[in-house]
Design a protein around this ligand. Structure first.
Ligand SMILES: Nc1ncnc2c1ncn2[C@@H]1O[C@H](COP(=O)(O)OP(=O)(O)OP(=O)(O)O)[C@@H](O)[C@H]1O
Length: 306
Protein backbone atom coordinates (compact mmCIF):
# COMPACT_ATOMS: atom_id res chain seq x y z
CA UNK A 1 0.00 0.00 0.00
CA UNK A 2 1.52 3.36 -1.02
CA UNK A 3 1.04 6.33 1.27
CA UNK A 4 0.09 9.44 -0.66
CA UNK A 5 -0.34 11.90 2.22
CA UNK A 6 1.23 11.44 5.65
CA UNK A 7 1.50 14.02 8.39
CA UNK A 8 2.91 13.55 11.83
CA UNK A 9 2.31 15.82 14.78
CA UNK A 10 1.18 18.59 12.43
CA UNK A 11 0.45 21.84 14.29
CA UNK A 12 -0.55 25.32 13.13
CA UNK A 13 -0.94 28.07 15.68
CA UNK A 14 -2.28 31.56 15.00
CA UNK A 15 -1.39 33.48 18.13
CA UNK A 16 -3.23 31.67 20.89
CA UNK A 17 -5.48 29.71 18.49
CA UNK A 18 -4.30 26.17 17.76
CA UNK A 19 -6.03 25.91 14.37
CA UNK A 20 -4.49 22.45 13.81
CA UNK A 21 -3.40 20.59 16.88
CA UNK A 22 -1.00 17.71 16.28
CA UNK A 23 -2.63 15.60 13.58
CA UNK A 24 -1.33 12.36 12.00
CA UNK A 25 -3.10 11.96 8.66
CA UNK A 26 -2.70 8.83 6.56
CA UNK A 27 -4.06 8.75 3.00
CA UNK A 28 -3.32 5.69 0.86
CA UNK A 29 -3.17 5.44 -2.91
CA UNK A 30 -6.65 4.69 -4.25
CA UNK A 31 -8.49 6.28 -1.33
CA UNK A 32 -11.27 8.79 -1.59
CA UNK A 33 -10.50 10.35 1.77
CA UNK A 34 -13.20 12.49 3.39
CA UNK A 35 -11.76 15.06 5.77
CA UNK A 36 -14.77 15.95 7.86
CA UNK A 37 -15.14 18.74 10.38
CA UNK A 38 -17.39 21.62 11.42
CA UNK A 39 -16.71 25.17 10.19
CA UNK A 40 -13.59 26.47 11.91
CA UNK A 41 -12.26 23.01 12.88
CA UNK A 42 -9.06 23.54 10.86
CA UNK A 43 -9.73 21.81 7.52
CA UNK A 44 -8.67 24.67 5.24
CA UNK A 45 -5.56 25.35 7.32
CA UNK A 46 -4.59 21.67 6.99
CA UNK A 47 -5.20 21.66 3.23
CA UNK A 48 -3.11 24.82 2.85
CA UNK A 49 -0.27 23.23 4.79
CA UNK A 50 -0.41 20.06 2.66
CA UNK A 51 0.06 22.20 -0.44
CA UNK A 52 2.82 24.36 1.00
CA UNK A 53 0.66 27.52 1.06
CA UNK A 54 0.92 27.90 4.85
CA UNK A 55 3.95 26.87 6.90
CA UNK A 56 3.31 24.51 9.83
CA UNK A 57 4.24 25.70 13.31
CA UNK A 58 5.63 22.19 13.88
CA UNK A 59 5.28 18.64 12.59
CA UNK A 60 6.01 16.94 9.30
CA UNK A 61 4.23 16.50 5.96
CA UNK A 62 4.91 14.00 3.18
CA UNK A 63 3.11 14.41 -0.11
CA UNK A 64 3.57 11.64 -2.73
CA UNK A 65 6.53 10.41 -0.74
CA UNK A 66 8.33 13.78 -0.59
CA UNK A 67 8.78 16.19 2.30
CA UNK A 68 6.69 19.36 2.07
CA UNK A 69 7.13 22.26 1.71
CA UNK A 70 10.73 21.56 0.66
CA UNK A 71 9.78 19.35 -2.33
CA UNK A 72 6.95 21.60 -3.55
CA UNK A 73 8.41 22.25 -6.99
CA UNK A 74 8.97 18.55 -7.55
CA UNK A 75 5.59 17.22 -6.45
CA UNK A 76 2.96 19.91 -6.83
CA UNK A 77 2.57 19.51 -10.61
CA UNK A 78 1.41 15.94 -9.85
CA UNK A 79 -1.31 17.27 -7.53
CA UNK A 80 -4.56 18.99 -8.58
CA UNK A 81 -5.90 21.37 -5.96
CA UNK A 82 -9.05 23.35 -5.32
CA UNK A 83 -8.98 25.65 -2.31
CA UNK A 84 -11.96 27.56 -0.87
CA UNK A 85 -13.23 30.25 -3.26
CA UNK A 86 -10.99 29.74 -6.31
CA UNK A 87 -9.81 33.09 -7.81
CA UNK A 88 -10.27 33.91 -11.49
CA UNK A 89 -9.98 36.96 -13.75
CA UNK A 90 -13.59 38.07 -14.22
CA UNK A 91 -13.05 39.87 -17.55
CA UNK A 92 -11.46 36.78 -19.14
CA UNK A 93 -13.34 33.68 -20.28
CA UNK A 94 -13.14 30.35 -18.49
CA UNK A 95 -11.03 29.06 -21.35
CA UNK A 96 -8.59 32.00 -21.07
CA UNK A 97 -8.37 31.63 -17.31
CA UNK A 98 -7.49 27.96 -17.64
CA UNK A 99 -4.91 28.72 -20.37
CA UNK A 100 -3.20 31.21 -18.05
CA UNK A 101 -3.23 28.71 -15.22
CA UNK A 102 -1.86 26.01 -17.49
CA UNK A 103 0.93 28.30 -18.70
CA UNK A 104 1.93 29.17 -15.13
CA UNK A 105 2.47 25.56 -14.04
CA UNK A 106 4.98 22.86 -14.84
CA UNK A 107 4.44 19.64 -16.68
CA UNK A 108 2.41 20.46 -19.80
CA UNK A 109 3.51 21.49 -23.31
CA UNK A 110 2.03 24.70 -24.83
CA UNK A 111 1.35 22.76 -28.03
CA UNK A 112 -1.28 20.63 -26.31
CA UNK A 113 -2.61 23.43 -24.05
CA UNK A 114 -5.84 24.20 -25.88
CA UNK A 115 -6.67 20.49 -26.01
CA UNK A 116 -6.03 20.11 -22.26
CA UNK A 117 -8.14 23.17 -21.47
CA UNK A 118 -11.02 22.01 -23.66
CA UNK A 119 -10.92 18.53 -22.09
CA UNK A 120 -10.96 19.92 -18.53
CA UNK A 121 -13.89 22.26 -19.34
CA UNK A 122 -15.77 19.36 -20.88
CA UNK A 123 -15.10 17.14 -17.84
CA UNK A 124 -16.72 19.62 -15.44
CA UNK A 125 -19.67 20.39 -17.74
CA UNK A 126 -18.52 23.84 -18.86
CA UNK A 127 -17.75 22.84 -22.45
CA UNK A 128 -20.54 25.03 -23.83
CA UNK A 129 -19.81 28.18 -21.80
CA UNK A 130 -16.01 28.24 -21.73
CA UNK A 131 -15.88 31.35 -23.95
CA UNK A 132 -18.12 33.50 -21.70
CA UNK A 133 -16.39 35.96 -19.31
CA UNK A 134 -16.13 34.53 -15.81
CA UNK A 135 -17.88 37.58 -14.30
CA UNK A 136 -21.07 36.24 -15.94
CA UNK A 137 -20.64 32.81 -14.25
CA UNK A 138 -22.78 31.70 -11.32
CA UNK A 139 -21.04 30.63 -8.11
CA UNK A 140 -21.51 26.99 -9.05
CA UNK A 141 -19.93 27.59 -12.48
CA UNK A 142 -16.94 29.28 -10.82
CA UNK A 143 -16.55 26.29 -8.54
CA UNK A 144 -16.60 23.98 -11.58
CA UNK A 145 -14.00 26.16 -13.27
CA UNK A 146 -11.84 25.79 -10.15
CA UNK A 147 -12.23 22.03 -10.44
CA UNK A 148 -11.31 22.16 -14.13
CA UNK A 149 -8.11 23.94 -13.10
CA UNK A 150 -7.34 21.12 -10.68
CA UNK A 151 -7.81 18.55 -13.48
CA UNK A 152 -5.62 20.19 -16.14
CA UNK A 153 -2.58 18.00 -15.48
CA UNK A 154 -4.41 14.68 -15.03
CA UNK A 155 -3.16 14.62 -11.44
CA UNK A 156 -2.33 11.49 -9.42
CA UNK A 157 -3.78 13.18 -6.36
CA UNK A 158 -6.65 15.66 -6.09
CA UNK A 159 -6.83 17.83 -2.97
CA UNK A 160 -10.21 19.56 -2.80
CA UNK A 161 -11.40 21.93 -0.09
CA UNK A 162 -15.22 21.83 0.11
CA UNK A 163 -15.57 21.03 -3.64
CA UNK A 164 -19.37 21.19 -3.69
CA UNK A 165 -19.65 24.59 -2.00
CA UNK A 166 -22.09 26.80 -3.89
CA UNK A 167 -23.41 24.00 -6.10
CA UNK A 168 -27.08 23.12 -6.41
CA UNK A 169 -28.19 19.48 -5.86
CA UNK A 170 -27.77 18.70 -9.56
CA UNK A 171 -24.24 20.17 -9.54
CA UNK A 172 -23.37 18.27 -6.35
CA UNK A 173 -24.38 14.97 -7.86
CA UNK A 174 -22.42 15.77 -11.08
CA UNK A 175 -19.27 16.51 -9.07
CA UNK A 176 -19.79 13.27 -7.13
CA UNK A 177 -20.01 11.30 -10.40
CA UNK A 178 -16.94 13.08 -11.76
CA UNK A 179 -14.89 12.25 -8.66
CA UNK A 180 -16.01 8.60 -8.78
CA UNK A 181 -14.97 8.43 -12.47
CA UNK A 182 -11.56 9.93 -11.71
CA UNK A 183 -11.16 7.51 -8.81
CA UNK A 184 -12.01 4.56 -11.07
CA UNK A 185 -9.26 5.77 -13.41
CA UNK A 186 -6.74 5.64 -10.54
CA UNK A 187 -6.78 9.13 -9.04
CA UNK A 188 -6.50 9.39 -5.27
CA UNK A 189 -8.87 12.02 -3.87
CA UNK A 190 -8.58 13.95 -0.61
CA UNK A 191 -11.58 16.18 0.00
CA UNK A 192 -12.57 18.30 2.95
CA UNK A 193 -16.23 18.70 3.76
CA UNK A 194 -18.57 19.67 6.56
CA UNK A 195 -21.32 17.50 5.05
CA UNK A 196 -21.58 14.01 6.53
CA UNK A 197 -23.90 12.76 3.80
CA UNK A 198 -21.45 13.83 1.08
CA UNK A 199 -18.60 11.94 2.73
CA UNK A 200 -20.74 8.88 3.44
CA UNK A 201 -21.82 8.61 -0.21
CA UNK A 202 -18.39 9.12 -1.73
CA UNK A 203 -15.51 8.21 0.52
CA UNK A 204 -13.57 5.05 1.27
CA UNK A 205 -11.69 6.48 4.26
CA UNK A 206 -12.73 9.14 6.74
CA UNK A 207 -10.86 11.49 9.06
CA UNK A 208 -12.77 13.67 11.52
CA UNK A 209 -11.33 16.93 12.77
CA UNK A 210 -12.75 18.47 15.94
CA UNK A 211 -11.31 21.80 17.09
CA UNK A 212 -7.99 21.10 15.40
CA UNK A 213 -7.68 17.49 16.60
CA UNK A 214 -8.08 14.35 14.52
CA UNK A 215 -10.57 12.42 16.65
CA UNK A 216 -11.22 9.60 14.20
CA UNK A 217 -9.52 8.10 11.14
CA UNK A 218 -10.44 4.78 9.54
CA UNK A 219 -11.95 3.05 6.54
CA UNK A 220 -15.64 3.91 6.11
CA UNK A 221 -16.45 0.18 5.79
CA UNK A 222 -14.81 -0.47 9.17
CA UNK A 223 -16.53 2.44 10.88
CA UNK A 224 -19.93 1.34 9.64
CA UNK A 225 -19.34 -2.43 9.90
CA UNK A 226 -22.29 -4.61 11.03
CA UNK A 227 -22.81 -4.61 14.80
CA UNK A 228 -23.80 -8.28 15.07
CA UNK A 229 -27.53 -7.53 15.33
CA UNK A 230 -30.42 -7.56 12.89
CA UNK A 231 -33.00 -4.80 12.41
CA UNK A 232 -36.57 -6.04 11.97
CA UNK A 233 -39.29 -3.72 10.69
CA UNK A 234 -42.66 -4.93 11.88
CA UNK A 235 -46.10 -3.62 12.80
CA UNK A 236 -46.14 -5.96 15.82
CA UNK A 237 -42.98 -5.63 17.98
CA UNK A 238 -44.61 -7.50 20.89
CA UNK A 239 -44.99 -10.64 18.79
CA UNK A 240 -41.32 -10.37 17.72
CA UNK A 241 -40.40 -10.32 21.40
CA UNK A 242 -42.58 -13.35 22.09
CA UNK A 243 -41.24 -15.32 19.11
CA UNK A 244 -37.54 -14.64 19.70
CA UNK A 245 -37.40 -15.28 23.40
CA UNK A 246 -34.93 -12.80 24.97
CA UNK A 247 -33.04 -11.83 21.81
CA UNK A 248 -34.70 -8.42 21.38
CA UNK A 249 -32.34 -5.72 22.68
CA UNK A 250 -34.35 -2.61 21.82
CA UNK A 251 -37.58 -1.41 20.24
CA UNK A 252 -38.08 1.99 18.62
CA UNK A 253 -41.57 2.29 17.13
CA UNK A 254 -41.74 -0.37 14.42
CA UNK A 255 -37.98 -0.94 14.45
CA UNK A 256 -36.85 -3.87 16.55
CA UNK A 257 -33.20 -4.79 17.16
CA UNK A 258 -32.54 -8.50 17.51
CA UNK A 259 -29.27 -10.18 18.57
CA UNK A 260 -27.81 -12.28 15.74
CA UNK A 261 -26.19 -11.48 12.40
CA UNK A 262 -28.20 -13.83 10.18
CA UNK A 263 -31.32 -12.02 8.91
CA UNK A 264 -32.49 -15.17 7.06
CA UNK A 265 -32.53 -17.17 10.30
CA UNK A 266 -34.41 -14.37 12.11
CA UNK A 267 -36.86 -14.15 9.23
CA UNK A 268 -37.51 -17.91 9.21
CA UNK A 269 -38.36 -17.88 12.92
CA UNK A 270 -40.66 -14.87 12.60
CA UNK A 271 -42.48 -16.23 9.56
CA UNK A 272 -42.92 -19.61 11.29
CA UNK A 273 -44.51 -17.78 14.23
CA UNK A 274 -46.78 -15.81 11.85
CA UNK A 275 -45.25 -12.41 12.75
CA UNK A 276 -45.70 -9.72 10.05
CA UNK A 277 -42.20 -8.73 8.78
CA UNK A 278 -41.93 -5.65 6.55
CA UNK A 279 -38.14 -5.55 6.31
CA UNK A 280 -34.93 -7.07 7.64
CA UNK A 281 -31.33 -5.88 7.51
CA UNK A 282 -28.04 -6.21 9.31
CA UNK A 283 -27.68 -3.40 11.82
CA UNK A 284 -24.85 -0.94 11.00
CA UNK A 285 -24.05 2.31 12.80
CA UNK A 286 -24.55 5.38 10.62
CA UNK A 287 -21.50 7.57 10.01
CA UNK A 288 -23.41 10.30 11.85
CA UNK A 289 -23.60 8.17 15.01
CA UNK A 290 -19.91 7.24 14.77
CA UNK A 291 -18.82 10.85 14.26
CA UNK A 292 -20.97 12.23 17.05
CA UNK A 293 -19.62 9.58 19.44
CA UNK A 294 -16.02 10.46 18.50
CA UNK A 295 -16.41 14.23 18.46
CA UNK A 296 -18.38 13.96 21.70
CA UNK A 297 -19.92 17.35 21.11
CA UNK A 298 -23.20 19.02 20.24
CA UNK A 299 -24.82 17.63 17.10
CA UNK A 300 -24.33 20.90 15.18
CA UNK A 301 -20.55 20.51 15.09
CA UNK A 302 -20.77 18.60 11.84
CA UNK A 303 -23.56 19.37 9.44
CA UNK A 304 -25.78 16.31 9.03
CA UNK A 305 -28.19 17.89 6.54
CA UNK A 306 -28.53 16.17 3.21
N1 LIG B 1 -4.85 33.48 8.85
C1 LIG B 1 -5.42 33.24 10.04
N2 LIG B 1 -5.19 34.02 11.10
C2 LIG B 1 -5.74 33.77 12.31
N3 LIG B 1 -6.58 32.74 12.56
C3 LIG B 1 -6.87 31.92 11.53
C4 LIG B 1 -6.31 32.12 10.22
N4 LIG B 1 -6.77 31.13 9.42
C5 LIG B 1 -7.58 30.35 10.18
N5 LIG B 1 -7.64 30.82 11.44
C6 LIG B 1 -8.41 30.23 12.55
O1 LIG B 1 -8.07 28.87 12.63
C7 LIG B 1 -9.22 28.06 12.91
C8 LIG B 1 -9.42 27.03 11.81
O2 LIG B 1 -9.80 27.68 10.61
P1 LIG B 1 -9.97 26.93 9.21
O3 LIG B 1 -10.38 27.95 8.19
O4 LIG B 1 -8.81 26.10 8.93
O5 LIG B 1 -11.21 25.97 9.54
P2 LIG B 1 -12.17 25.19 8.53
O6 LIG B 1 -12.46 23.89 9.18
O7 LIG B 1 -11.59 25.17 7.16
O8 LIG B 1 -13.47 26.06 8.55
P3 LIG B 1 -14.34 26.62 7.30
O9 LIG B 1 -15.04 25.43 6.77
O10 LIG B 1 -15.24 27.61 7.95
O11 LIG B 1 -13.35 27.22 6.35
C9 LIG B 1 -10.38 29.04 13.06
O12 LIG B 1 -10.52 29.32 14.43
C10 LIG B 1 -9.91 30.26 12.31
O13 LIG B 1 -10.51 31.42 12.84
Amino acid sequence: MTTVIATSGLVKRYGRVRAVDGIDLGVQQGDIYGFLGANGSGKTTTVRMLLGLVLPTSGEIELLGERMPRAGRRVLHRVGALIEGPAHYGHLSGRENLSLLDASGRGGSWRTRSRRVAAALEQVGLGGVGRRPVKAYSMGMRQRLGLAGALLRRPELLVLDEPTNGLDPQGISEVRELLLDLHRDGTTVFLSSHLLAEVEQLCTRVGVLDRGRLVLQDRLATLTAPTGSTVVHTSDPDRVRAALDGRVTSVEGERVIVRGDDPAEVNARLVAAGVPVHGLALERPSLEAVVLAAAGASPDRVDVRR
